[in-house]
Design a protein around this ligand. Structure first.
Ligand code: DXP
Ligand SMILES: NCC(=O)COP(=O)(O)O
Length: 241
């Protein structure tokens, strides 16, 4: 048993469902199967454009999940209201641009302090564990400390895209940011773009307590089923610790 949790992001089960507007494949069914296979939590990103996860998905996940729900949300009044209504175990504030295909980077918590502070306070007062999705950058860690965020999730997308020496340098940057955040009493998560092939160097970072992984797992599940792929990711993470 390791202290590194696996959060499975089920957004792209909803992407397939929404391709035809059918009721299947059901993201809630995927979440329950992922939990049975070893997922410690489920992450779902309710985007402003509802391109995949819908409000009804969040309602059903809130009612039916057997493991904690981590709601990913933009820093908007609409999303804050939804989070306060459902009061999930956790809410991760992520940047969003309508024209983006996927999340392209971390939140600029430093520049958005005044906008984020009341949201962090409101979620914390509602006993929703707040996480800020940020770049592995000392300035953003300092901003998270200033905001009183109990958790940060470090963006691993650049690490996932790079190769060779550049990837090694980005891994070092993530490891340094994790150590700095933990030293400041912040719980450290990581996610975006993680796969079977690149997860272990990230999982080996001792200060990390949770990895959130979705797109790759849902893709692999098309071929091997969500249970086996979640179990394999779990095993790879455990072997790295
Ligand atoms: C913040 C992050 O990296 C992901 O959790 C996010 O959900 C990606 O957006 P899509 O799921 O829409 O690709
Ligand atoms: N916050 C990262 C996440 O939830 C999943 O990101 P990805 O594995 O879908 O890229």
């Amino acid at each position: 048993m390791t202290d590194l949790r696996l959060g499975v992001n089920i957004d792209h089960v909803a992407t397939v469902r929404n391709a035809r507007g059918s009721g299947y494949p059901d993201p809630v069914r995927a979440a329950l199967l992922a939990a049975e296979a070893g997922a410690d939590g489920i992450t779902a990103h309710l985007r402003e454009d509802r391109r995949h996860i819908t409000d009804d998905d969040i309602a059903r996940l809130s009612a039916e999940l057997t493991v904690p729900l981590n709601l990913e949300m933009a820093a908007t009044d609409e999303m804050l209201g939804i989070a306060l209504r459902h009061r999930p175990h956790a809410a991760c504030i992520v940047p969003e641009k309508r024209e983006e295909r996927t999340t392209e980077g971390g939140l600029d918590a430093a520049r958005q302090h005044n906008h984020l502070a009341p949201m962090v306070r409101a979620l914390s007062e509602a006993r929703v564990r707040v996480s800020l999705f940020i770049e592995p950058d000392p300035g953003q860690i300092a901003a998270a400390v200033q905001l009183g965020a109990p958790v940060v999730e470090l963006h691993t997308g650049r690490y996932a895209e790079l190769n060779g020496e550049e990837q090694v340098a980005e891994l070092r940057r993530i490891a340094d940011a994790a150590a700095l955040a933990a030293k400041n009493g912040i719980e450290v998560h990581a996610g975006h773009g993680l796969t079977f092939d690149n997860v272990q160097p990230i999982a080996a970072i001792p200060q990390l307590r949770e990895l959130n992984i979705g797109h790759f797992l849902i893709g692999e599940a098309i071929f091997n089923g969500i249970g086996p792929v979640v179990a394999r990711m779990r095993a790879l993470m455990d072997a790295a610790r």
